[in-house]
Design a binder for this molecule. Structure first.
Ligand SMILES: NC(=O)C1=CN([C@@H]2O[C@H](COP(=O)(O)OP(=O)(O)OC[C@H]3O[C@@H](n4cnc5c(N)ncnc54)[C@H](O)[C@@H]3O)[C@@H](O)[C@H]2O)C=CC1
Ligand SMILES: O=C(O)[C@@H]1CCC=N1
Length: 274
């Protein structure tokens, strides 16, 4: 499978790391980015071919991944319009951008509708990503399968029926790794304030997240039950969870996830106006 990336930044690098040499040889991946340092790093790591601008090497691909910032998308895809019209086949356009709606993207692409919109996350870098996807009207079965294959190479996939749901995916799992890192940072800081070294605190916090997340992933029991098993009546965990409830931590997390989803929706409104 030939895959092209428009934008070779953080998220593209995470996807390419999972794809190169697994789904397709690195030499079958073409990356377009105006930043030469970015291209050089990706070429050195994975053997991808590169270009500073969009040309026929992009539309020769079966899958074109749009991986620029939402605000850069409209301008970035403009050079694709004549090339898609000339291509002898119909490549799948796979957008990973937060907020940008398929209908706006289709309009910017001159009415091109073979579009899958998706929301991956950075653990893709180590094959542990999770991606929500939704197909626009012009996507055929083979293209849907290709999109699934690309994202499955870097983790799990969850298909959605309704594009409006993808803002929720953005809030939960697209942005989610940052919440987990934030929690690890807070646990490390607490460890230091309690007299452990920064290195000890980091090791304990990271291993706790890895272990608890794996336990939840591998267990068929409800997560609430796993939590209750840690929590002895009148014990230490009870003291911590009571403190969290009193500080409104759960409510704050729910509000934060909703803020991310709302920002995704607002980006779609703002950028789709043009
Ligand atoms: N970072 C993350 O955790 C996630 C990001 N996303 C989405 O991925 C997209 C990219 O995000 P990041 O990789 O974090 O950003 P980034 O800033 O690391 O990468 C964007 C890249 O696009 C390049 N670029 C800018 N204009 C261009 C153009 N006209 N043609 C080609 N390349 C161009 C930039 O030089 C840069 O290397 C965004 O739309 C974001 O919403 C989705 C899921 C998770
Ligand atoms: O923060 C952002 O806008 C992107 C989308 C999801 C994760 N990072």
């Amino acid at each position: 499978m030939k895959i092209a990336f428009i934008g070779g930044g953080n998220m593209a690098a995470a996807l390419i790391a999972g794809l190169a040499g697994k789904v397709t040889p690195g030499t079958n991946i073409h990356v377009v980015d105006p930043n030469p340092a970015q291209l050089e790093a990706l070429h050195a790591a994975h053997g991808v071919t590169t270009g500073a601008s969009i040309d026929a090497a992009v539309t020769a691909a079966e899958v074109i991944v749009l991986a620029v910032k939402p605000q850069a998308m409209r301008e970035a895809v403009a050079p694709l319009v004549p090339l898609l019209a000339q291509a002898g086949h119909k490549p799948l356009v796979l957008s990973i951008a937060a907020g940008i709606r398929s209908a706006d993207l289709a309009r910017w692409l001159g009415g091109y509708d073979a579009i899958v919109r998706c929301m991956p996350n950075t653990p893709a870098l180590i094959g542990m990503g999770i991606t929500g996807l939704v197909a626009a009207g012009g996507v055929n079965v083979a293209q849907r399968t290709a999109a699934d294959q690309v994202l499955r190479a870097v983790g799990g996939t969850v298909w959605l029926d309704d594009e409006a749901q993808i803002d929720a995916v953005t809030g939960v799992s697209g942005s989610g790794p940052a919440y987990v890192f934030y929690f690890i940072e807070a646990m490390q800081q607490a460890a230091v304030e309690l007299g452990l070294s920064a290195a000890q605190g980091l090791e304990l916090a990271k291993a706790t997240f890895t272990g608890a997340a794996q336990l939840a992933a591998q267990s068929s029991e409800p997560v609430a039950l796993l939590r209750e098993r840690v929590t002895s009546k009148g014990g230490t965990t009870y003291a911590a969870l009571t403190s969290m409830e009193a500080s409104g931590v759960k409510a704050a997390i729910i509000t934060a996830v909703k803020a991310a989803a709302a920002r995704g929706h607002a980006l779609g409104d703002e950028l789709g106006r043009d």
